[in-house]
Write a protein that binds this ligand. Structure first.
Ligand code: NAD
Length: 479
């Protein structure tokens, strides 16, 4: 059994083992035992990180994209090489099954690689001048400046990889604050960059008290851009702070994804795909399908297959063989699941399976399926961010689309149909940043990931994710 690493901060190329602000503990969600601890960044560390990021930006932004690619590609290669060890650390602190952690680490390497390659061919645009005396007009993309990045605990390698991949490839320096519940995964990613030869100060990692760190970084003149992934409530707060200081801002927030299963879809095959998508990461995925709206003609068959699939899932510690769903991140999330289920049941919902925490140490909650929860109950309105699926029948497609679009969220939406016309209609009318028709695979290194409405602003990954870390600069040259 491999031990959990000592967690350090990384500032100006140095690993910081302790600070004058003390330590905070890190728990293993699968058994509630203390895994380790991390040093809390105080004012001195935050100031040092800001100055390092400011200094390093001057040189890194002036480094040719081709040379930046060399360093970043090496970091991606190290991440692949170390995937087995990092996946284990990820599972220990986050809880998800080892196979999921391995996929996350390897996909993160692909994301980093793709963004750095894309930066090598970031094209400027020439605009024909109006006047004879003007020789050239060029619209170019320049790195936005030092970035403050905040990432959550549900994908502790992948979400930092999207932000670091885009920012570093574009020529920005970064101060990243990963989630304090899963800090070692991100630290190992940062170590790959450091070992690949990223110059000191280009990438800094701090940990501590999130609100204090956010305040200290966003208000500071050294930081040009803020990128956050997490809850809509926190994302809104950071948007306000960023706006006050006129900082560029990208936010990838919560979702409450609908899934419309039309009458011409195969109910059993669709349910099999849906169970895997729903309970991946124990449902702690922003694009997780939540509201399954199934045409009445196939509803009974879908429900039977979905509930059987949910019941059959093997729940346990992510490090154990054959486990398909791990624990939730913390006790507060288990308590929240119980509250959401109780509220739904009090509002007439039917419990088809699950509904309670497992009677064992660790933050385990059963795969849960609720039927006909009333539209006003909490779980129909608020992102559950856990292993709860809501099943409902519909008669008319228009009604299903209206229900799908009824919430303020707009991250992901899914639909299943064999009819091309219906697929086109659903693609056009579902209000979401990402729509998956006949599958759930909407997150790829090459494609933009992001939401509309209350689910955020801007994109990550894909060319769009790179452009988030650039400003537009127009240069006009007279002869
Ligand atoms: P939370 O709102 O307390 O925290 C969400 C994230 O924001 C965490 O990573 C946390 O460290 C960070 N955070 C909190 N306050 C902050 C601040 N002032 N400045 C900077 N970062 C701050 O919720 P939670 O209990 O950890 O998670 C549950 C909720 O979070 C879910 O309902 C879900 O909506 C959301 N969430 C979303 C994602 C996502 O990928 N979109 C990821 C994790 C959590």
């Amino acid at each position: 059994m491999m031990s959990y690493p000592e967690v350090h901060l990384h500032i100006d190329g140095r690993w910081i083992e302790k600070t004058t602000s003390g330590f905070l503990p890190i728990a293993n969600p699968a058994d509630e035992a203390v895994l380790g601890r991390f040093p809390v960044a105080g004012e001195a560390e935050l100031a040092a990180a800001r100055q390092a990021a400011r200094r390093a930006f001057a040189t890194w932004s002036a480094t040719p994209a081709f040379d930046r690619y060399g360093v970043i590609a090496k970091a991606a290669a190290l991440l692949r090489e170390r995937a087995g060890r990092i996946a284990r650390i990820l599972t220990l602190e986050q809880g998800k099954p080892l196979a999921e952690s391995s996929r996350e680490v390897l996909l993160s390497a692909d994301i980093i690689d793709f963004l750095a390659q894309e930066a090598r061919r970031l094209a400027s645009r020439g605009v024909p001048p109006r006047s004879a005396g003007v020789a050239s007009q060029t619209v170019m993309r320049v790195p936005v400046g030092p970035v403050a990045a905040f990432t959550p605990w549900n994908f502790p390698v992948n979400l930092p990889a999207r932000k670091l991949g885009g920012a570093l490839a574009a020529g920005c320096s970064v101060i990243i604050k990963p989630d304090e519940e899963t800090p070692a995964s991100c630290m190992e990613l940062v170590r790959c960059f450091a070992d690949a030869g990223l110059p000191a100060g280009v990438l800094n990692m701090v940990l501590g008290r999130p609100a204090e760190i956010a305040d200290a970084l966003i208000a500071s003149p050294e930081i040009a851009k803020v990128s956050f992934t997490g809850s809509t409530a926190v994302g809104r707060m950071l948007a306000e702070k960023s706006a006050r200081h006129l900082k560029r801002y990208t936010a990838e927030l919560g979702g409450h994804a609908p899934v419309i299963v039309c009458g011409d879809a195969d109910p059993v095959a669709t349910a099999a795909l849906a169970v895997v998508a729903k309970f991946r990461g124990a449902g702690q995925v922003c694009a997780s399908p939540v509201r399954f709206l199934v045409h009445r003609s196939i509803y009974a068959a879908f429900r039977e297959a979905f509930v059987a699939g949910a019941r059959a899932l093997r729940v346990g510690a992510g490090v154990d063989d054959g486990v398909q769903m791990g624990p939730l991140i913390a006790r507060r999330r288990v308590q929240e699941m119980a509250r959401l289920v109780d509220d739904a049941l009090a509002n007439g919902a039917l419990l088809l399976c699950g509904g309670t925490r497992l009677a064992r140490p660790g933050f385990f909650f059963e795969p849960t399926v609720l039927e006909a929860a009333l539209p006003h109950c909490r779980v129909q309105q608020e992102e559950p961010f856990g292993p709860i699926a809501l099943l409902d029948a519909f008669d008319d497609l228009e009604e299903a689309i209206a229900r799908a679009n009824a919430l303020p969220y707009g991250l992901a939406a899914y639909a299943f149909t064999r009819d091309l016309g219906t697929a086109n209609r659903l693609s056009a009318s579902l209000q979401a940043g990402m729509v998956g028709i006949n599958h759930f695979g909407i997150s790829q290194p090459e494609t933009p990931f992001g939401g509309i409405k209350d689910s955020g602003m801007g994109s990550e990954s894909g060319l769009e994710g790179l452009l988030e870390y650039t400003d537009v600069k127009f240069v006009s040259v007279a002869a």
